[in-house]
Structure formats: C-alpha cells, structure tokens
Design a protein. Structure first.
Length: 159
C-alpha cells in the first residue's frame, strides 16, 4: 500500500485535480487496493468547501470528477503518508516548516519532478488567472501523475 498526499495552497484547484487524475490512473490500471490518495492545503481558508467550480468544470470536460472537500495539512499527515507531493516552491518551503522530523521532511517531493514531457519546476497557481491556466494545470498534472504512478509501481513491484 502506497499512501500519497497531494498538497497546494488552497486545496481547491491543483491538489484536488492531481488527486482526481491519480485516482483515475490507478483505477484504470486496477490498482485501487494498492493506493491511498488524498489532498490537502496549506491555508484553511477554504476548509469544508468543494473544489473551485472552474477547476471542476475543466476537470469534467477532461473526464475527471473532483469530489474532494478542502482540508488543511495536519501534523499526522507526515506520519500517515509515504509521499507528500507539492506544487510549487512556496508549498515546499511551508511543508518543510511544518514537518515535525527529518524523516517527515524526506517525504516531501515536487509534483513536476515526475513530469516526463514538460520541462517545468512548478505547477502554476491558476486561481487568479483565466481558463488557460486551468487547462495548463490539467496538462501538467496528467504528465506528472503518469510519471509518479510509474515510479511508485516500479518501487512497489520490487517490495
Ligand atoms: P490552489 O489554488 O492552491 O491550487 O488550490 C488557490 C486556491 C485559493 C487561493 C489561492 C490559490 N486563495 O488565495 O484563496
């Protein structure tokens, strides 16, 4: 069982989108019982809300259903999850501040490190932009999630 937590700032755009894409990839490969997936945010401003309606509608058009309800990252997450996947440098810095131990810090990785076709170092925040920003998020996250799943599947098969 691999436990992966996707993290962004508000947990209403990028990280719930990453979670939904990963869920679909895992389901399509019949690997549901092998993965536990969740997402969380670094601010609690949107806690209890569903994903941003713009993100949901772009997701829907690409065949994804986002059902996640926003929640903030909590200390227990660093214990429960094997991998904490962030979207940008600001997320990275904040997660390192929150991590209770060195082992916990070692779980933090960047989503874009798993991209196979995009040469990019962060998933741009679409919140204050237009429709193209949301499309861009989906395109980057599809690339990154495929790379992430491949990396976890290879590791898993060796265990
Ligand atoms: P996310 O986007 O981090 O991808 O969920 C944002 C959502 C909300 C805010 C900023 C970014 N906000 O400032 O409320």
């Amino acid at each position: 069982m691999k436990k992966v937590l996707f993290v962004c700032l508000g947990n209403i755009c990028r990280s719930p989108m990453a979670e939904a894409i990963m869920r679909k990839l895992v389901k399509d490969r019949g690997l549901e019982t092998e993965f536990e997936l969740d997402s969380a945010g670094l601010i609690s401003y949107h806690e209890g809300e569903g994903a941003d309606p713009r993100m949901k509608s772009h997701a829907y058009r690409h065949g994804y259903n986002i059902t996640h309800i926003s929640r903030p990252v909590k200390e227990l997450d660093f214990e429960v999850f094997d991998l904490i996947v962030c979207m940008d440098d600001s997320n990275w810095d904040r997660l390192h501040q929150l991590a209770p131990t060195v082992e916990a810090e070692e779980k933090i990785v960047r989503m874009t490190d798993y991209c196979r076709t995009h040469v990019i170092d962060h998933v741009p925040d679409p919140y204050y932009g237009g429709a193209q920003g949301f499309e861009n998020v989906i395109e980057i996250l599809e690339d990154a999630c495929e790379g992430l799943l491949e990396s976890l599947t290879v590791v898993h098969e060796k265990e």
